[in-house]
Design a protein around this ligand. Sequence first.
Ligand code: ADE
Ligand code: ZN
Ligand code: ZN
Length: 236
Amino acid sequence: WGKTGHRAVGEIAGKYLSKKAEKQILNLLDGHSLAFVANYGDDIKSDRAYDHYSPWHYVNFPFGEKYETHPKSEKGDIIQGIEKCITVLKNANSSREDKVFHLKMLVHFMGDLHQPLHIGLADDKGGNDFQVRWFNDGTNLHSVWDYKMLDFYEMSYTEVATNTDVLSKEQVEAIKKGNVIDWMYESRVLCEDIYANTEIGEKLSYNYMYKYMNTLRSQLQKGGIRLAKVLNEIFK
Ligand code: ADE
Ligand code: ZN
Ligand code: ZN
């Protein structure tokens, strides 16, 4: 996602934190919100010292194959990245500095886990090499999903996060079910659907946006609620 998507995930997660988690997170983040730190994972990409974290934003494997049977990326992937963050945060011997870093990264990666094209194909780098038109501008499919659709609405991240407020308790419980691998496969199914419905060079505009905006917002919503679940489990 771009800035608005990641912030919306942080904002939604903030609404579902337990009191205990909220307190410990506020302390680690010096009073900043999850939305405030949600883009840290992308901000550090400008610093070559952090290059080794770049593969942690996504995972690529062919359609029809399973993550578990595909050879694991030695450089890491989004699943390994999320697991590493959880391990550091759960370890009582981790330094405060390490905990802060991995908390900010976890907030970011839980967002990316819900961007369908981050569970993508290596051939076109998750749609980064899949050229399309967005209204009259040349771009790529990955960018359409990361930020072009959200930017078009010109909504604030708090506004994007409000669709969560109408969920029933039962709906929230249903979203919380499962684990990181299950949630990755949900994104994979959406990714396959997106590829089945988009052609290289296609002009995408308002009708594409209207077709997918509910899916996109629902993914941000799920990302936020599930991030809170993971954090509540860590900060007990
Ligand atoms: N770079 C290579 N594959 C990618 C993906 N699926 N998502 C984001 N960036 C990538
Ligand atoms: Zn992306
Ligand atoms: Zn990212």
